[in-house]
Design a protein around this ligand. Structure first.
Ligand SMILES: [Zn+2]
Length: 296
């Protein structure tokens, strides 16, 4: 974990999930995300304290446990206030929703009650919407970044955008192969928006500051289009959901050996299926109690 200043008013704590910060003249901070757990939050605070930075508020970019699990620690020890979008608030205040939706709405088994899926509950002090905002005498903008997770937002300050998980860096593309996105239309719209932007830099939650970011966005978009094309290609004939998932996993060299990876990858592929159904490029049929997909 390392604290990095981008300029004297903003920076981030580089970690497996970055924690951004923007500062007013008194070094009072708005943090962007809170790390995964107490341990993580405590370590991040130590780095902030060494710089005499005082966290006042935390904006949670989206309700994935690795981004908000540490928020409780900041509230308990520093009385920090928490802000999020409305969809994120419902999960921050009832974190079991995350493993519940991963397990198709059924009560999730214990194996999914792990810190990557189940963050510590925290109350949200205020819901924030896209637009200009002033906290602690700092003017900044909340930007809508749909696609990765419902209600995901970014924070734009002094021409730098904290863009959460709206794209993933090369390293993570190589590791995960299929980026986790819950809404492909939203993801493509966010990538298009970012491609047309001309910020001084963007800071993803996983990875480092990108000062030039067009290439990585194009690469994210290329992979999404490749997956869409592949699904359409294999759906030249009726194909069951299980077959479809297996063919996608084979094509992208994804290995599934546990329930956690299984639910995440299934969700990722379902997002493509949902998108293709809504675009009228796929249709669904039921034969012998099985769901089949076929190209329209
Ligand atoms: Zn995420």
């Amino acid at each position: 974990m390392q604290l990095i200043y981008i300029n004297d008013r903003l920076g981030y704590i580089k970690s497996s999930v970055n924690i951004g910060f923007i500062l007013n003249e008194n070094k009072e901070a708005i943090l962007i995300d809170a790390g995964i757990d107490d341990e993580n939050a405590k370590k991040a605070y130590k780095l902030l304290k060494a710089e005499e930075i005082v966290p006042k508020k935390i904006i949670i970019t989206h309700a994935h446990a690795d981004h908000f699990g540490g928020a409780w620690w900041f509230v308990k020890h520093l009385d920090t206030e928490i802000f999020s979008s409305l969809p994120a608030k419902s999960i921050l205040e009832y974190p079991l929703w995350e493993p519940i939706y991963l397990f198709s709405g059924a009560y999730p088994p214990k194996v999914l009650h792990q810190k990557f899926f189940l963050g510590k509950k925290v109350s949200v002090d205020g819901v924030i919407n896209p637009g200009n905002i002033n906290f602690e005498n700092i003017n900044f903008e909340i930007v809508d970044l749909p696609g990765h997770s419902f209600g995901q937002i970014g924070i734009l300050f002094e021409d730098y955008l904290f863009c959460a998980d709206s794209f993933i860096s090369y390293e993570f593309l190589t590791k995960h192969k299929i980026p986790l996105n819950s809404d492909i239309r939203g993801t493509l719209s966010t990538l298009g928006y970012l491609k047309n932007s001309n910020y001084k830099g963007i800071i993803p939650s996983h990875g480092e500051l990108f000062e030039s970011y067009l290439d990585v966005l194009v690469e994210n978009e290329r992979i999404i289009n490749q997956i869409l094309e592949f699904i359409l290609e294999i759906c030249f004939k009726k194909i069951s959901e299980i077959e479809l998932l297996n063919l996608v996993y084979d094509k992208f060299a994804i290995s599934i050996k546990d329930m956690a990876t299984n639910v995440l990858m299934r969700l990722s592929v379902l997002a493509y299926i949902g998108y293709l159904l809504d675009e009228n490029l796929l249709t669904v049929e039921f034969i012998d109690n099985q769901q089949f997909f076929v190209r329209s």
